[in-house]
Design a binder for this molecule. Structure first.
Ligand SMILES: [Zn+2]
Length: 375
């Protein structure tokens, strides 16, 4: 840490009127080179206090990686957004705090805040990206998260949360928070702060902490986000991950959500062209929090498919899959799982598994085991 930098405290702001209601946890700066969310969260808390806003429940804003924020680095020793697996959290609870690494200490303090939150719980985890992009959200695929996300007017990327292990989002989702990650644009873009503030205000209303009439700027904030995501689908689904190879390079200046056509050259790798394998949109070119991924291809999800998926899920029709589909059986255990003969997974079954939210999957011999999140 260099001198003259103000030392931030873990709690960026906390606001309540001692009136019962849900809690909205806002985490910002989990990556130290992403200060936009930190400024935005503190600004919203200041405005709430100045206006003596009639809030139900409580807004709690926490800073993520304080040491890395002070150093303006993504992290010091370890990515703080890859340390939230159940095993790492369990280890943290029994470890002597004096033997914590820098990020383990950060995690311990954030965990203490999370552990203290009870009742109906919502969360936003605010990030920015290295490449230029329209704002968007990620979430674990549960009906509750879909409901929360629908109220924030930015595109939602489905399937990405499940492809990364150890995120704070994943831990919060496991605890039953309705939780979203919001990527508000490029680290250095001035609008990233504005977008984050807009998302927090809209989330305060969506989560029921404020009434719409208590946020006079609400319409303008929604318009601001809609304008910056104009022309983009409301929901996209991850369809392809390109792992980084030797000498991987994307063209300069590409912007997230750029439309791509099958066959179009997207990148080069050791002098070889990498063509798109499918139509869609390219996302987060060289998204740095996923060190081994070069790019993603996402495709729009039609609204009727989402509606149908939600209806089928509410009826728990996935419970019938082992009865009606050859090669599908129920996986025993506390979480909802299905075991599928991998060679049986065709287009229709894959679509059905996605619609029912069975997005976490791993191979086990000739089988693929898929899990659905609660909620
Ligand atoms: Zn980040």
């Amino acid at each position: 840490m260099t001198e003259n930098q103000p030392k931030r405290s873990r709690i960026l702001g906390r606001y309540s009127q001692q009136s019962p209601g849900p809690t909205l946890l806002v985490c910002a700066g989990l990556h130290g080179n992403e200060p936009a969310g930190v400024e935005a969260a503190a600004a919203v808390c200041r405005v709430l206090a100045q206006n003596n806003a009639p809030l139900r429940g409580e807004l709690i804003c926490v800073a993520g990686n304080l040491a890395a924020l002070a150093d303006k680095k993504r992290y010091i020793a370890e990515d703080l957004n890859r340390m939230w697996t159940p095993e790492q959290i369990a280890a943290s609870r029994v470890r002597d705090p004096s033997s914590d690494s820098v990020e383990q200490r950060e995690q311990r303090e954030i965990l203490a805040v999370i552990d203290g939150i009870e009742g109906r719980r919502f969360a936003l985890d605010l990030h920015t990206t290295s490449g230029s992009t329209a704002p968007f959200a990620l979430m674990a695929d549960t009906l509750a998260n879909q409901r929360f996300a629908r109220q924030i007017p930015v595109p939602v990327v489905m399937g990405l949360e499940e492809s990364v292990n150890g995120t704070l989002l994943s831990h919060l989702s496991d605890l039953g928070f309705d939780a979203l990650v919001v990527e508000s644009g490029q680290h250095t873009a001035a609008v990233a702060d504005d977008h984050h503030q807009a998302v927090i205000w809209i989330a305060l209303v969506a989560a029921g902490l404020l009434r719409a009439e208590d946020v006079p700027a609400l319409g303008g904030l929604r318009r601001q986000l809609r304008a910056s995501t104009a022309g983009l689908p409301a929901v996209v689904e991850l369809r392809y991950i390109h792992p980084v190879g030797e000498g991987f390079k994307l063209p300069d200046g590409w912007v997230g959500f750029r439309e791509i056509k099958k066959g179009e050259v997207l990148a080069t790798e050791g002098g070889k062209s990498i063509p798109a394998l499918l139509d869609g949109r390219i996302l987060m070119p060289r998204y740095q929090s996923l060190g081994t991924d070069g790019f993603f291809v996402v495709q729009a999800v039609r609204p009727w498919k989402l509606m149908l998926g939600r209806a089928l899920r509410r009826m728990h029709l996935d419970l019938l899959l082992p009865w009606v589909w050859l090669g599908v059986s129920r996986e025993p255990g506390p979480t909802r799982g299905l075991r599928v003969r991998t060679h049986r997974i065709g287009r229709v079954l894959r679509a059905a598994l996605r619609a029912f939210g069975y997005r976490r999957r791993h191979k086990d011999g000739d089988d693929t085991v898929c899990f659905q999140r609660k909620g």
